[in-house]
Design a protein around this ligand. Structure first.
Ligand SMILES: N[C@@H](CCC(=O)N[C@@H](CS)C(=O)NCC(=O)O)C(=O)O
Length: 241
């Protein structure tokens, strides 16, 4: 048994941690449009559960017709949210921290390594991810708009200033700390927004880091389970379509 969770230790399992009887529940969407499939943020706590061998169940809701009760758990109605016994957690970063508290695999107990992991976790969410989200907006959702074309060069230059320190760190280190932690789960997930961009390709250590994260069996199981839910749920009919 794992004393932190009172659950059987199931690390290094080759089977998915998805288990309808699990105590941990992750709220996810039953279906999203193609461009978002494999990127929805419930992937982050799913991946963490897989790394740590923490069983979880999924609760699927509709992105088009979010249930009213869900706004009491996630004020913006976004995913993911996580329930664990009486605890309700929202924001993917908070779900990662919660799971980190349950598993030393995800968040070291040693004070120095723990502070390092938490610092990088916040860096992923606060320093690295915001300009990458803007990049997605400029190159995908607003592509073709005049303002987006004007914004792109300065945004790319800014993103390079965010990637350069990561590149330095990852040139000599496989993960942000000594071993993979919730910080890497957050950072790799954020960097995936650049998957098809030269910005990532031109930073070879950071590129290899993202590939290393995605190659992990735990990541593969997590993404397969997210995609399996979409495959089970047909695309909803749009109004007026
Ligand atoms: N800061 C939030 C963002 C969550 C978020 O943007 N979730 C997206 C899916 S990846 C969502 O629920 N989108 C639908 C919506 O906003 O209505 C977190 O990290 O949990």
């Amino acid at each position: 048994m794992d004393p932190a969770t009172n659950l059987p230790k199931r690390t290094h399992s080759r089977v998915s941690m998805l288990d309808p009887a699990a105590q941990i529940e992750i709220v996810a969407f039953e279906w999203v449009p193609d461009f978002a499939q494999g990127h929805v943020r419930d992937l982050r706590p799913r991946w963490a559960c897989e790394e740590a061998g923490l069983p979880y169940r999924e609760r699927l809701i509709s992105v088009m017709d979010k249930p009213a009760w869900y706004f009491d758990e996630q004020p913006w109605g976004q995913v993911p949210a996580l329930r664990h016994g009486d605890l309700h957690v929202f924001e993917s970063g908070a779900t990662l921290l919660h799971l980190g508290e349950k598993s030393e695999t995800l968040l070291p107990r040693d004070a120095a390594r723990r502070s390092e992991a938490i610092s990088w976790l916040f860096a992923a969410f606060n320093t690295v991810e915001p300009p990458l989200m803007e990049y997605g907006n400029v190159t995908l959702f607003a592509a073709g708009e005049e303002w987006a074309k004007l914004r792109l060069p300065s945004l790319e230059a800014f993103i390079r200033t965010r990637l350069a320190p990561l590149e330095r760190r990852l040139a000599t280190s496989e993960w942000l700390g000594e071993a993979l932690t919730i910080a890497d789960i957050a950072m790799v997930s954020a960097l995936r927004a650049l998957e098809d961009s030269d910005l990532l390709a031109e930073h070879s250590a950071t590129f290899a880091y993202v590939e290393r994260g995605k190659a992990r069996p735990a990541f593969q199981r997590a993404i397969a389970d997210q995609l399996a839910a979409f495959a089970r749920h047909p695309q909803p009919q749009m109004e007026g379509a």
